[in-house]
Structure formats: structure tokens, C-alpha cells
Design a protein around this ligand. Structure first.
Ligand code: FAD
Length: 142
């Protein structure tokens, strides 16, 4: 991607126990397609990660590439190996037709209530909390 949205978190800033003394831990989440795209992640993953470090240097983390001592890369191949369809950990895509009330219902069978990102209303912690509330309401009959 030429201009990716990147999520960066620095957990060692508030919890020094997640990095060696005097060091920092960073987590970077970058958007990629799922495995329906013909991408050789064994080859492209490392290159894309290198590009992301360069991009982060431009966006306010100068020297990040050279300062990195240990790197752990997770690609769609890894998610697929963990059993996730199409190598995506995000359940159904958040397209308009698969979001909110259009997502699969949490009550598809009698006495079985679904909850979480694969059902209504969608992906992400706030959505999943709403899903939990909807599931509880189904159970108590609201
Ligand atoms: C890399 C990444 C970054 C993300 N970043 C954000 C973010 O910044 N903000 C945000 O809001 N959302 C984010 N999300 C999305 C969010 O994490 C998910 O939408 C949410 O956690 C889904 O909740 P869930 O309860 O449906 O599933 P999960 O959180 O996946 O919980 C399912 C649980 O069920 C357990 N389980 C599976 N099978 C079994 C079994 N057979 N028996 C018993 N237990 C089982 C699993 O171990 C797991 O603990 C991110 C997701 C990923 C993958």
C-alpha cells in the first residue's frame, strides 16, 4: 500500500515488564489482503515489514529500523495455520452488506445464541461487547 493506516502501540511504556531493562516493545498492525489474493507471504511478508519500518521512520519514529533488535512477523499464512479461514483473524469482512443488522443473526437456531465478531453487529472490542449484550437479551427474551 502506498499510504497505509498503521496502528502502533508501545506497551512497555506503561508496563516495563514486557521489555528487557532499558528497551522498548512496539506492536505495529498494518492492513493486508486475505489469502484470496495471490501473495507469497513467505517472500513478501518480510519485505512489507521492512517497508513499514521505513514508513514509520518518516512518520515520527526515526532510527527505528536500526534500533530493532528482535522482530516477530505475523502474516495471513500464520493466521491460516492457526485455523482462521482465508488467513484472517477478523471474521467476515466489514463491508456494508455484512455489517450491523445485515451480519449473520446471533439466533440462527433455537436455543443456540451466537456472540462475537462473526455475528451481529460486527468486529472490534466495542462491537463485540454490544454483541454480548444482544446475546444476553436473546437469552432472557427481550
Ligand atoms: C491483530 C488484531 C488487532 C486488533 N486490534 C483491535 C483494536 O485495536 N481495537 C478493537 O476494537 N479491535 C481490534 N481487533 C478486533 C478484536 O480483537 C476482535 O474483534 C474481538 O476480539 C473479537 O472478539 P470475539 O469474542 O468474537 O473473539 P475472540 O476475542 O477471538 O475470542 C474467542 C475466544 O474463544 C476461544 N476459543 C476458540 N475456540 C474455542 C473452543 N473450541 N473452546 C473454548 N474456547 C475457544 C479463543 O481462544 C478466544 O479466547 C483486533 C484483532 C486482531 C486480530
Amino acid at each position: 500500500m502506498s499510504d497505509p493506516s498503521l496502528l502502533v502501540s508501545n506497551p512497555s511504556r506503561t508496563d516495563p515488564s514486557v521489555a528487557p531493562t532499558g528497551k522498548q516493545t512496539y506492536y505495529v498492525l498494518a492492513p493486508v489482503p486475505n489469502l484470496t489474493a495471490p501473495i507469497d507471504w513467505a517472500r513478501t511478508g518480510k519485505r512489507y515489514a521492512d517497508e513499514i519500518l521505513v514508513e514509520l521512520e518518516k512518520r515520527g519514529y526515526p532510527g527505528l529500523t536500526d534500533a530493532t533488535e528482535v522482530r516477530h512477523l505475523v502474516t495471513p499464512d500464520d493466521w491460516a495455520a492457526a485455523g482462521m479461514a482465508m488467513g484472517t483473524p477478523f471474521a467476515l469482512a466489514h463491508t456494508f452488506a455484512q455489517t450491523g443488522p445485515m451480519r449473520p443473526s446471533n439466533l440462527l437456531m433455537e436455543n443456540v445464541v451466537f456472540v462475537g465478531s462473526g455475528t451481529q453487529p460486527g468486529v472490534g472490542v466495542p462491537m463485540v461487547l454490544v454483541s454480548g449484550r444482544l446475546a444476553a437479551e436473546r437469552i432472557i427474551g427481550r
